[in-house]
Design a protein around this ligand. Structure first.
Ligand SMILES: [Zn+2]
Length: 144
């Protein structure tokens, strides 16, 4: 498994046709691969990054790796701070860092999954869901 060229995932429209069983099989390979990544350590990997044009990602959320199919999120209101600037890296842009504005607290949903996330979990979920929507940190962030 290898990361495909970043230009191939920017703005990509994904029309998935795989069954959930097929996705789970691919997701297990992606998780095994992502767990071995160092510098930077991978916290998530979207299918499109490895040439699988289905709308899902794998990520370590709340301390556990899982697969998130057809992910969506929406911001939840916070008393003092709704968004924050985050310095993010991406396996598709090795050695580059981007400042990206992210919601602090989100409602996150995917097939069979609904929860409230904040902190690093919210950042990872937004980053990977954006990949599924053809959006990368290079498109929405500022290079650092
Ligand atoms: Zn990424």
């Amino acid at each position: 498994m290898r990361i495909i060229k970043a230009s191939k995932i920017e703005g990509v429209k994904i029309v998935g046709s795989a069954s959930e069983d097929e996705i789970h099989e691919k997701a297990l390979e992606m998780i095994a691969w992502a767990k071995k990544r160092r510098n930077p350590t991978a916290l998530g990997l979207a299918a499109c990054q490895v040439g699988i044009f289905e709308r899902f990602f794998v990520a370590k959320i709340k301390g556990t790796w899982g697969v998130f199919i057809n992910p969506v999120y929406k911001p939840l209101s916070c008393r003092y701070l709704s968004t924050q600037m985050c310095i993010e890296e991406c396996l598709s842009y090795r050695g580059e860092k981007y400042a990206v504005r992210r919601y602090v607290k989100i409602f996150a949903a995917a097939s069979g999954y609904r929860t409230v996330l904040n902190g690093i979990d919210a950042i990872v979920f937004q980053h990977e869901t954006d990949h599924c929507n053809g959006i990368t940190i290079k498109m929405i962030g500022v290079r650092r």
